[in-house]
Write a protein that binds this ligand. Structure first.
Ligand SMILES: [Zn+2]
Length: 260
């Protein structure tokens, strides 16, 4: 059984066949999915999807590249959405200096990140971090946070082995998806080698980042088998062990029980 800890099934790329696809996924070996918001609209859509499907849970939050939508009204709505029964995390939130290079925009990203971290603390939910080309500022902001036992997931992890060790020490899980199957993912392979399996979760980030041999195609949860196989190969363990442990990790980080 596989737990897809990060998906975007609300994306318009799934508009033509969403329900058929979900039926296919859940009748195969995918047991649970967390659908993740990136702005207000997709946060609302994530909650709606979770309310319509017992296997889907939601995360609500505003992605660093979408913070223009954040005003006081939006923060109030996020707080209301976060209180919904099937919401299990705040995300995806963080910093993205790859798309936004202007210092004022980056500063606004940090403010929005901190505000949403505050919200996560207030509602006692773990966070899903999106961080790209912003390793130092992300780490600085997160280390300044008061310690919590289960802080969340560093999604689509793309930094060094040293930082991964640091995040694991802080209690985070490392999100691994399709990128691990790419030829140029040398550092990520080292990260997967180093980080204990007890700290890794599987994620598609679909419709993006499909693993080899489907790279470039529309991604979906059934392709996680290629990610699990790659992790098993790197760690020299069985695929079953990877699926079982990462499933358990996902339940733990999102505070869910097996049959829930
Ligand atoms: Zn995402």
């Amino acid at each position: 059984m596989i737990f897809d800890t990060h998906a975007h099934y609300d994306d318009e790329q799934f508009d033509t066949d969403r329900e058929d696809l979900l039926r296919e996924i859940f009748s195969a070996n995918i047991d649970k999915i967390v659908n993740v918001g990136a702005d207000m609209e997709t946060s609302r859509a994530s909650v709606a999807l979770a309310n319509a499907h017992p296997e889907i849970y939601a995360a609500v939050g505003v992605h660093p590249s979408d913070i223009a939508c954040l005003n006081e009204e939006a923060y109030d709505e996020l707080r209301r959405l976060a209180a919904e029964e099937r919401v299990v995390a705040i995300g995806e939130i963080g910093l993205d200096y790859y798309w936004d290079k202007e210092p004022e925009v980056q500063s606004a990203q940090r403010d929005a990140f901190k505000r949403q971290l505050e919200l996560a603390r207030e509602v006692k939910l773990p966070i899903i971090i999106h961080s790209r080309e912003a390793a130092k500022d992300t780490m600085d902001i997160l280390t300044a946070e008061p310690h919590v036992d289960n802080p969340g997931i560093i999604h689509c992890y793309s930094y060094s082995v040293e930082q991964a060790r640091e995040y694991v020490k802080m209690g985070y899980y490392i999100g691994v998806g399709g990128v691990i199957t790419f030829k140029n993912a040398k550092t990520l392979r080292k990260v997967v080698e180093e980080v204990p399996l007890e700290r890794i979760v599987l994620e598609t980030d679909c419709p993006y980042l499909a693993p080899e041999p489907n790279r470039g195609k529309r991604n979906y949860s059934l392709y996680l088998k290629f990610v699990a196989e790659k992790i098993a190969e790197i760690k020299e363990i069985s695929v079953e062990k990877v699926e079982k442990m990462t499933y358990q990790n996902a339940l733990t980080v999102y505070g869910l029980q097996k049959g829930e």
